[in-house]
Design a binder for this molecule. Structure first.
Ligand code: NAD
Ligand code: DAU
Length: 354
């Protein structure tokens, strides 16, 4: 039997980038299990449609029988778990889906993985990996001058989203500790790049600026995030899968701390060059009501993955943001497809009331 890899959430932003990169560089076929929520988009995978190495399954990770059948049929030797509700603001409006997918869904996936893994022979069990893709937000918020998050940092999640991801991390850790399941957890900083849904800061600002719409910056715009180009995250995950130590956590980050205002200004100044509109795009910035419980600063110390696995990001923020802006400008069809029904509902719920 050929080695399969099971990817959950592979039609979302990071999952799709990972699947595309995997298909370019690896031979093992991919089973892509994705429910296609508003955030899942098969257009992200259009370039591999029809490729027999990619098997797409539109189902929910909460459906135990579906997950069980996939294990039985394809006998994968690894799971990379991306599927999640991922947007903090949505978790504030409606946390239930976050609990259902991020906690219960991860639990279901772990249970079915454990059942399958227990049925393997000793060599296969040793070779098997469950990589859980998580976030730096589980560590809570830093003040200016605090050292960046290491893998030892206390968990202090502040939003329903980060609390649900923290819970899923704890479950994954427990399945290793109690059952010996060969899991690895990664906690990554803010990703940006192609195929990101425009509810998130960079694509939202970019598309609003192109269309002459206001750029809604929360609070004073001085919250800090650590930005990582999505391809660098995908490369790190592939290394973790190949060489990461079982039972460990690896923090992944870009060493690129920026305030939100710096990020928005960077997008605007690239657009001023490539799409001049007669006035600077950053004149569209509007300060709006802050996100409730808004974390002030995240910063990742990615020393462990650098020292152990030799990973470091290839893109700087300046090169990555330029590639990103160019991608959105050159992919009008994808953008048009995304800016449809559900997107408009979200924009009026989140921004019009403010
Ligand atoms: P995304 O919202 O773009 O994609 C999530 C994908 O999961 C979608 O394709 C969606 O259809 C699918 N999905 C959701 N619920 C599902 C369910 N119940 N069953 C099956 N599929 C389901 O998210 P993203 O930004 O690509 O993030 C992917 C993962 O990486 C998440 O676990 C997230 O917490 C983590 N992460 C994201 C970032 C970031 O900056 N975006 C940073 C660190 C970690
Ligand atoms: O840190 C990793 C996390 O990064 C991931 O786990 C999450 O899935 C991902 O969504 C992201 O969370 P953030 O909340 O940091 O990302 P977001 O793009 O929503 O916001 C980035 C910053 O920009 C944050 O400080 C809030 C601010 N912001 C965001 C939006 C959407 C604004 O000022 N205005 C906006 O309209």
């Amino acid at each position: 039997m050929q080695d399969f890899i099971l990817i959950t959430g592979g039609a979302g932003f990071i999952g799709a980038n990972f699947v595309l990169r995997w298909m370019q560089t690896k031979t093992a076929p991919v089973i892509n299990l994705d429910k296609l929520t508003y955030a899942g988009n098969l257009q992200n995978l259009a370039s591999i449609s029809g490729d027999a190495k990619h098997i797409f399954v539109k189902e929910d990770i909460n459906d135990r029988s579906v997950v069980g059948r996939l294990f039985e049929r394809y006998q994968p030797n690894a799971v990379i778990h991306f599927a999640a509700e991922s947007h903090v603001d949505r978790s504030i409006h409606g946390p239930a889906d976050f609990v259902q997918t991020n906690i219960n869904g991860t639990f279901t996936l772990l249970e079915e993985t454990r059942a399958y893994w227990s049925s393997l022979n000793t060599d296969e069990r040793k070779r098997f990996r469950f990589v859980h893709v998580s976030t730096d937000e589980v560590y809570g918020s830093l003040n200016a001058g605090d050292p960046a998050f290491t893998e030892e940092h206390k968990y202090r999640p502040n939003s329903p989203y980060s609390a649900s991801k923290a819970a899923s991390d704890h479950l994954v850790r427990a399945y290793h500790h109690t059952y010996g399941l060969p899991t690895i957890i990664t906690n990554c900083s803010n990703n940006y790049g192609p195929y990101q849904f425009p509810e998130k800061l960079i694509p939202l600002m970019l598309l609003n600026a192109i269309n002459g719409k206001p750029l809604p910056v929360y609070g004073d715009g001085k919250n800090v995030r650590d930005w990582l180009y999505v391809e660098d995250h995908c490369d790190a995950l592939m290394l973790v899968l190949e060489k990461g130590r079982v039972g460990e956590t690896y923090n992944i980050g870009g060493w690129n701390e920026r305030t939100n205002l710096d990020v928005v200004n960077a997008v605007c100044s690239i657009l001023d060059e490539s799409r001049p509109s007669g006035k600077p795009h950053n004149s569209l910035i509007e300060f709006v009501k802050d996100r409730p419980g808004h974390d002030r600063r995240y910063a990742i110390d990615a020393t462990k993955i650098a020292n152990e696995l030799g990973w470091k990001p290839k893109e700087t923020f300046e090169t990555g943001i330029r590639r990103t802006v160019e991608w959105y400008l050159n992919n009008e069809q994808w953008v048009k497809g995304v800016l449809s029904g559900e997107y408009h509902n979200w924009i009026s719920l989140q921004y019009v009331r403010k």
